[in-house]
Design a protein around this ligand. Sequence first.
Ligand code: GLA
Length: 387
Amino acid sequence: MKVEELKNKFVEVYGEGEISGFFSPGRVNLIGEHTDYNGGFVFPCALSFGTYCLVRKNNENVFRFASLNVENSEELTLDKLTTPLDKGNWVNYPLGTIAQFVKSGHEINAGVDFLFYGNVPNGAGLSSSASLEIATAVAVNDLFGFGVDQVDLVKMGQKAEHEFAGVNCGIMDQFASGMGAADSAIFLNCDTLEYELVPVKLDGVKIVISNTNSPHSLGSGEYNERVAQCQAAVEALKPYTKINQLADISWDEFKKLEDKIEDETVRRRARHVVSEIERTVEAVDALKAGNLEVFGKLMNASHDSLRDDYEVTGNELDAMVEEARKIEGVIGSRMTGGGFGGSTVSLVKDEAVDDFIQQVGANYKKRTYINPEFYVAEIGQGGHKIF
Ligand code: GLA
């Protein structure tokens, strides 16, 4: 949808007047999965699709939320800005973000009309919710002139997810949505939040996202269960080494100590995380050296570890990856995001992209009876004002 159309829709819903517009992207993670809440490394990039947020202050001391994607809209008085709505209500994402401004002492002294439009496919594991949070954060920050730093806006988005959606997520999605830069992936240390923008110059290769159309749902509790299992692994290792989070232990040391983790499932969860952190560092080195073959192998190893040790893939993601790897010209393929459905990310040589979409699409459908969708990723810019 074009910006002009969005403005017209805003006028249809709220009437004439000055409007400001903001955009914040979804993300695809190239490697470094389920490492962020363990203080490890991730390597996501912001996409060119995301959430648009159009806003205007009103004189009625109410916050109104409407979306072009969902029917349900809400109107809340200023004293209701820190109270979550019913579980499952999409307004919890923007509201949870606004609540962080209030809670951190920023005075909201006027009502606002919001109109959202997102073109990140919902449930595709491409962070539609983070893009909604960061679009809101950037808009409110600008509208009230709060001057909050972009990284702090990112943290507010993450808190919204914890407090208003009940998902104890790491910082990756909001960070990618807030801090992404065109044609770059973000090599982020999720412990210190130090980061490096690494140019993604893939000569003759495309990043292809395959949406299984099997919606992932982080609210399912499995995500929080993984977070808790990682904490259990840290507790089990504490008597033997100095450790506060799984990122504190190297792969070599982990191999020596892993038998100390008695619970076999918890041990496998930790094995994924510690090995994935190492793979992420190696993958970034490989990309910088222009060695896409190595990068692709590490992507494959990442998926296999998420499938066997972390157990967050499931039939659809595994089928999509298996079919992708059969195509000549595929350099690497793995699930991306939280898992349990959602999307995969593959590096595909230019000349193989059409075959990839056609053959992987047909074979995936044969196996799962679901129609997949494919997108050739364009790496976009993090949350910003558009007008
Ligand atoms: C979800 C979470 C992120 C991250 C990924 C897995 O997208 O929101 O914080 O943990 O899963 O890497």
